[in-house]
Design a binder for this molecule. Structure first.
Ligand SMILES: Nc1ncnc2c1ncn2[C@@H]1O[C@H](COP(=O)(O)OP(=O)(O)OP(=O)(O)O)[C@@H](O)[C@H]1O
Ligand SMILES: [Mg+2]
Length: 319
C-alpha cells in the first residue's frame, strides 16, 4: 500500500433497520494518507456508515471493501485480522478506569501480540510519546483531563500500528483549545504515520481544519463529496451571488456555515422538511431559540451546471 491507494471502498451500500432505509445506495472511497471527514445532519447515517467500515454491521445490499477485502465474505478470524489494522477512537476515549494510562495501551499489545514485556513497555512509551502523554503514563483515567483521555485513547488506538484510524466525534465535550490540539494531533499522526483517517464530526471548525476531503451525507446517500477547497468555496460563496446555487447547494452552504437564517426561499412544506432534515433541526426539541428561517432572502435559481463545473476543477463531485 502506498499513498493514494484506496483503502476503503463502499459501493451501493444499502442498510435497513426494520422498514427504515438508513443507507440508501451510498458510495465513497478513502485513500491512504488522507483525512476524510464525514458530516451531515443528525440521523443521516454517519455512525451507521462508520460501523460498516469497521465491520460492526453487514450490508443488506452493496459492498464494503477494506484493505482489499470484502468484509461480508470474511469469517470471524478473517475479520479479526482486518480489525487489527484499525485504530478506533471512541467518544470518551473508552479507557479502563482501574488501569493506568500505560497499562491501558499495553493491554492491547498483550492481547494481540506475543511480544515480550520489555518490548511492550518500550512500545507503550513510543505510543505515548506520539500523543505527547509520556508524563501521564502512570496516572489513572480519573486523574487526567478530557483532552488527555482522548490522547490516551488515541495512543491505544495506535498500539498495533494501524493502517486506518477511525474517529467518532473526536472533539465532543472538549473546550476549543483542547479541541484544536486534538485536531493538530490528528493531522500530525495521519501525515507522520501515512495512515488513512475517517472522522465523523459535527464541529465545522474542526472539519475544515483537518479534512483533505469531505463527504456530506443526507438520508443515507452522499450529497456531496469533494476536497476541502470545494467545500470551503461553497461555504464562502458570496451572499450576493447565491442565485447561482441550487437548493441543495444552498442548504449545504447553510449547513457548513451553521447559519440559523437559511437562504431557502419560498420553501413549501416538503422543502421545509428537507431543509430541517439536512440541517439536523428537530422542531420537537426546539425551545424557541435556534430555528431555520425560511423567509425570502434571495430568489431561488437552479444552476447546477455552473456549480458542477466549478467543483470539477477542484476534483469534487456532487450527486
Ligand atoms: N441498530 C439500529 N437499529 C435501528 N435503527 C438504527 C440503528 N442504528 C441506527 N439506526 C437509525 O438509523 C438512522 C441513522 O443513524 P446514525 O446513528 O447512523 O445517524 P448519525 O448520522 O450518526 O446521527 P448523529 O449525528 O445523531 O450521531 C437513525 O434514524 C437511527 O435511529
Ligand atoms: Mg452518530
Amino acid at each position: 500500500m502506498s499513498a493514494g491507494d484506496v483503502v476503503i471502498e463502499i459501493r451501493d451500500l444499502v442498510k435497513r433497520f426494520g422498514n427504515q432505509t438508513v443507507l440508501d445506495g451510498l458510495n465513497m472511497d478513502v485513500r491512504q494518507g488522507e483525512i476524510v471527514v464525514v458530516m451531515g445532519g443528525s440521523g443521516c447515517g454517519k455512525s451507521t456508515t462508520l460501523r460498516h467500515m469497521i465491520g460492526a454491521l453487514t450490508p443488506d445490499e452493496g459492498s464494503v471493501r477494506v484493505l482489499g477485502q470484502d468484509l461480508a465474505s470474511l469469517d470471524e478470524a478473517g475479520m479479526n485480522e482486518v480489525r487489527k489494522q484499525f485504530g478506533i477512537l471512541f467518544q470518551s476515549g473508552a479507557l479502563f478506569n482501574s488501569m493506568t494510562v500505560s497499562d491501558n495501551v499495553a493491554l492491547v499489545l498483550e492481547e494481540h501480540t506475543q511480544l515480550d514485556g520489555s518490548i511492550i513497555d518500550m512500545m507503550v512509551k513510543i505510543k505515548l510519546e506520539l500523543v505527547d502523554l509520556r508524563e501521564a503514563a502512570d496516572k489513572y483515567p480519573s486523574q487526567i483531563s478530557g483532552g488527555m483521555k482522548k490522547r490516551a485513547g488515541l495512543a491505544r488506538a495506535l498500539a498495533l500500528d494501524p493502517k486506518i484510524l477511525f474517529y467518532d466525534e473526536p472533539s465532543a465535550g472538549l473546550d476549543p483549545v483542547t479541541s484544536a490540539a486534538i485536531d493538530r494531533l490528528m493531522i500530525d499522526l495521519t501525515k507522520k504515520l501515512g495512515v488513512a483517517s475517517v472522522v465523523v464530526t459535527h464541529e465545522m471548525d474542526s472539519a475544515f481544519t483537518i479534512a483533505d476531503r469531505m463527504v456530506m451525507l443526507h438520508r443515507g446517500r452522499v450529497l456531496m463529496n469533494g476536497t476541502r477547497d470545494a467545500f470551503e468555496r461553497l461555504r464562502d460563496w458570496p451572499q450576493d451571488q447565491l442565485g447561482e446555487l441550487d437548493t441543495t447547494q444552498l442548504l449545504i452552504r447553510q449547513f457548513l456555515r451553521g447559519d440559523a437564517e437559511g437562504p431557502m426561499a419560498d420553501a413549501g412544506p416538503g422543502e421545509q422538511a428537507y431543509a430541517d432534515d439536512l440541517l439536523g433541526v428537530d422542531h420537537s426539541k426546539l425551545t424557541g431559540g435556534r430555528s431555520v428561517q425560511t423567509t425570502r432572502v434571495v430568489p431561488h435559481m437552479d444552476k447546477p451546471g455552473l456549480f458542477r463545473r466549478l467543483f470539477k476543477r477542484s476534483g469534487a463531485k456532487t450527486s
